[in-house]
Design a protein around this ligand. Structure first.
Ligand SMILES: NC(=O)c1ccc[n+]([C@@H]2O[C@H](COP(=O)([O-])OP(=O)(O)OC[C@H]3O[C@@H](n4cnc5c(N)ncnc54)[C@H](OP(=O)(O)O)[C@@H]3O)[C@@H](O)[C@H]2O)c1
Length: 287
């Protein structure tokens, strides 16, 4: 990328961080900051680590991503998603480098929307995870104007627990699965997001951007497509959010419109179905 040769990636062991690492490491010097070596909730050590490396840009993917766990682990969710983000924003501002922060479609509670939501529509986070990621957005805006806030959704890919791998595993062990059909959003392949993030951080004006797959589906439709493409013999039954009874509230509708991406660098993202096929092909699971 054109921003410079020295790049810090937080959460480089996770789904998105490992993809950024894979794309950037052949041609750049990368500093990865992740647990257990680096706990970004501690300002002094986070700052020290970043200042020592003197990066040209920070990609901040590290997060507490257990949406249901956050409901009982409230302090940890805010420490990691809001306070650690403040620590990095302050450090980026101190050395005058841009920071890229990843946020979530869950900042929209989904109650008021039925068409893809753009960057200028009001957020209304519900639940601890959503509130803590929103807190991170606010800290970034407050402390480092040179930022990209990228909201994404339903992320999957190598490097961590994700819906596609879970469905493949369960569908190979069971005859049937019940999957939620009254929450709609958009699956996003981490490799697509990583590629687009790098282009964005090279060319686009600072600000908030939505980057996800194109199209929308329910979790049930997503699971159905996974089973169809892999040829696994497992029936998928639709159930309601109420029947599933998870700890955290989730938006009923949170598909993202990429208004800013289209109208700044003119890019479009792939359809979620095409990306799913690509991921299954890459992992030798396509029928
Ligand atoms: N996954 C999704 O569906 C989704 C959807 C929308 C937005 N996002 C956002 O996208 C970004 C990337 O998500 P992801 O799914 O790639 O995350 P991930 O796979 O869960 O990876 C996050 C990484 O951050 C590390 N981490 C946690 N606490 C830390 C701390 N205090 N200091 C340093 N590192 C810490 C984690 O380590 P441990 O594993 O040891 O905790 C993990 O390696 C996050 O900001 C997330 O909120 C994700």
């Amino acid at each position: 990328m054109n921003r410079g040769n020295y790049i810090t990636i937080t959460g480089h062991k996770g789904i998105l961080g490992s993809q950024l690492m894979k794309l950037l490491s052949p041609e750049h010097e990368i500093q990865g900051l992740d647990l257990p070596e680096n706990d970004l909730t501690d300002l002094k050590s986070a700052r020290r680590a970043v200042l020592k490396f003197e990066p040209d840009i920070i990609f901040h993917t590290a997060a507490y991503t257990d949406v249901d766990g956050a409901e009982s682990d409230i302090e940890k969710a805010f420490l990691v998603n809001s306070l650690a983000t403040r620590n990095l924003a302050l450090t980026a501002a101190e050395i005058d480098i841009p920071i890229v922060y990843f946020s979530t479609d869950f900042v929209f509670c989904g109650c008021n929307y039925s068409a893809p939501i753009n960057e200028f529509q009001p957020a209304a986070p519900k639940g601890v995870y959503a509130l803590s990621k929103w807190g991170g957005e606010e800290e970034i805006r407050r402390y480092q104007p040179k930022h990209y806030i990228i909201r994404t959704s339903w992320l999957y890919g190598a490097g961590g627990k994700n819906f596609v791998d879970t469905i493949c595993k369960l569908a190979s062990q069971r005859d049937s699965l019940n999957v939620i059909n009254d929450q709609k959003g958009t699956p996003t392949f981490a490799a697509d997001l990583a590629e687009e993030t790098i282009r964005l951080a090279d060319f686009a004006p600072y600000g908030t951007y939505h980057i996800s797959g194109i199209g929308s589906c329910s979790w049930y439709e997503f699971a159905w497509e996974i089973v169809k493409l892999t040829g696994l013999h497992c029936k998928i039954y639709p159930i309601s959010t109420w029947e599933y009874n998870s700890a955290a509230p989730r938006p009923a509708y949170s598909a993202l419109d990429h208004l800013c991406l289209r109208n700044t660098i003119g890019d479009n993202m792939p359809h979620w179905r095409d990306s799913l096929k690509k991921y299954l092909e890459q992992t030798n699971r396509l029928k």
